[in-house]
Write a protein that binds this ligand. Sequence first.
Ligand code: ARG
Ligand code: ZN
Length: 471
Amino acid sequence: MHRRIIVPSALAASLLLAIPASAADFVPGAPGIGDSYYPASGNGGYDVSHYDLRLKYQPATDLLEGTATLVATARQNLSRFNLDLGLKVSDVRVNGRPAAFTTSGEHELEVTPATPLAKGKSLSVVVRYAGKPSDLKIGGWTAWHRTPDGGVAAQEPDSAVWWFPSNDHPLDKATFDVSVLVPDGTQAISNGVLQSQSTKLGWTRFNWRSNKPQATYLATLAVGKFDITTDTTANGLPVLNAYSKDLGDIDGAARASIERTAEVAEWLESVYGPYPFNSLGGYVPNVTSGYALETQTRPFYSPRQFANGANVSVVVHELAHQWYGDSVSVADWKDIWINEGFARYSQWLWSEKEGEGTAQELADYVYRSRAADDPFWTVKPGDPGAENQFDIAVYDRGALALQALRDEVGDEDFFAILKGWPQEHAYGNAHVADFVRYAERVSGKPLAGLFDTWLFQPVKPAGTAAAAAGV
Ligand code: ARG
Ligand code: ZN
């Protein structure tokens, strides 16, 4: 090894590093990341790049035991920091050394490392924990679905605190390895690619990997008895779908919808550009709730989505979110329109392609069927409030805003905007205002007034010419 000649600037730098920081320079990380709607969500002071979750789950008792290893970087001089988790913690280590910890609130885990952490320092945080996720209610609500043969974590805006410690906000995305041990004959489903599975002593381990940045609420876990189908897309991506063995009458309708995932994704690529992830699929556990969720690479579908037969439209919605929501994520939960407005509009585009009504016809229908005094118009899709985050207006009025944009800039610019945006912010975060500026840049037209009318005013906008004419 060479001895370096120290030049003055390097000398100055090394002297600076050698000055010990006083304890006062190290401060606690904030207990929230600064979200407008959910002040306790996420945390300040560090950034996670990878989660390794090693879990064991027993369907008979709903007992989940885990060791989570977070690979992170300190973003400030930290005396301590918070994680978000609702289950009971038995041990925490930071960079290999035991750390003190306490819990507060509904899901705050406060960790004090043995020595303070300098800004820029890389961290490994190991958390051992256990509990019954079904015992955990936050504000009377749960993201954990107990099923007759297992359990499922899938909910928005929060599901992580029911099953792993995290910096629980879309602003801090990371890659995930999820390894789950379940009794033989039971399957564990998660995001990304099933790397391997192995069986011994009556237990089977499933090793999943999601290798692109993923928001914590888009990580999912489903344990139960599933029938799994696999395929490969024309582009060589693995497809894996999982159907509860207990779907009864809706089993056929679920398969008739979700087995079209690759076809739908290919069509979406023609509109939004290359699919952003390395695998595809969907899963249907035997839950009783009614919604679906765009869990990354592998959406969650409730059986009720298929109550009336095949529902390819919901597959279109959840796959559209892979671009609009999962790759490009909200920077703040008040920005939910950049997810839901586009996922709904994608369903309208699919209808247009299938000859079941154009987006314009569907927009006119929604516009006309909501009278001026309908509370629908009091919800502002651009900032709906936490209580209305998933109100139908965020979806339908949110899609009307896109139809208004299309009418204003014309098809050529409109589709250039829809395809350009997921590239512009791939694997990142954005605000509603970023989209408005982007649409103005691509079209060369001032659009602030149009978006203000459709996204931010609590009244029914004056109709488009076509709507007014009843076309
Ligand atoms: N992003 C999901 C969807 O639109 C919404 C899930 C909301 N959750 C709920 N319980 N409504 O597909
Ligand atoms: Zn959605």
